[in-house]
Design a protein around this ligand. Sequence first.
Ligand code: ADP
Ligand code: MG
Length: 394
Amino acid sequence: MLEPTDLTARAIEALRTTFGAEATVVGRAPGRVNLIGEHTDYNAGLVLPVALPHATYAAAAPRTDGVIRITSGQEPEPFTGHIDELGPEIEGWAAYVAGVLWTLREAGLVTDGLDMHLESSVPLGAGLSSSASVECATAVAALGVAGRTLDEDLQRAVVAAGIRAETEVAKAPTGGMDQSVAVFAEAGGALLIDFDSGAHRNVPLALGERTILVTDTRVKHQLTDGGYASRRAQCEKAAADLGLRSLREATLDQVESLGDEVVRRRARHIVTEIARVEPTVSALGSGDWAAIGDLFAASHASMRDDFEISVPELDLAVATAVGAGADGARMTGGGFGGSIVSILPLDAVDSVSAAIDKAFAEAGYGAPGHLIASPSAGAMFTELPFDKLRTSPR
Ligand code: ADP
Ligand code: MG
């Protein structure tokens, strides 16, 4: 992984060489891995994501003519526009970036132009939410350039702006977990988010001799291809058939009474998955790794069999991780590809990674990628030059 200082320096340098502009702010927002609670956010349920040390860095300089110019180290084409002419029709990668500037403009929080360059260490399209990472890094950088202080109200506005850009501009439906953890995560902890009450709480992780390993199968998921939307519609149908506001209110008995077999299985995943989140918090708190193993196994089976969002590569990676000594492993993120998350002893990282590499080679799959998910902090910006530091609160 490229270090934060390297990515920051690279973003500042690219802004200088591409636009001749000196960055006055660098925004940073992390990717995430969800420990448990999958597809529960849009069912008013619970989720438990961790912010990755991998993040997007946005170096930005203000302009006074309304012009927006953005480049990214991860995408070849630049974006150029005007703050007063942005709208939901922005296409491609710029949907996530200029899209956020549009939603911030709509909220009255950004009113002028800027030059910006992005650099990211979050793998794109791996189910680790490079999208929320780039949205939130862009948002905090733009707010920093506009001279604002990132208090809790503004943090909430960043989450809302990111969700709106992703849904209305990128047209990828999102339940809000990714933007929430990208903003509110605290270093060393997971973020327990309750999408019924809207409350979130930092859960300090005392992992001791354990760590979190993420394995990217490199099977590309595509949130816009209908799998996510159909699951969401089935969940809404289940709640409506039961006369409930959301599946958060449903019991397992109610779900088992649903007439449509597919809808019944989808709803069963949501109800059992929500019920696994708080026990996972307890097991992490007490270091009960056997319980983590059981909870992760049940969660993976539920996503594979009831929710049907797994793929053979994810199943193989999970089975191999557990067989090679991980305490627990499960697919994570939206599904249909992407990554798995394992909790394992520190000294098993190399052997588990090697076992997955070998199993993939034997199955004829492409090589996977591995990364360590040391829990990091949410979005912030730093003002430049560094000798006049005004860093947003964190
Ligand atoms: P995920 O969020 O799981 O990584 P998505 O498909 O939701 O996958 O989002 C990936 C998309 O987000 C990329 O294809 C690109 O359009 C955009 N994106 C993410 N990071 C960057 C970046 N650093 N620069 C430009 N665009 C980015
Ligand atoms: Mg995404």
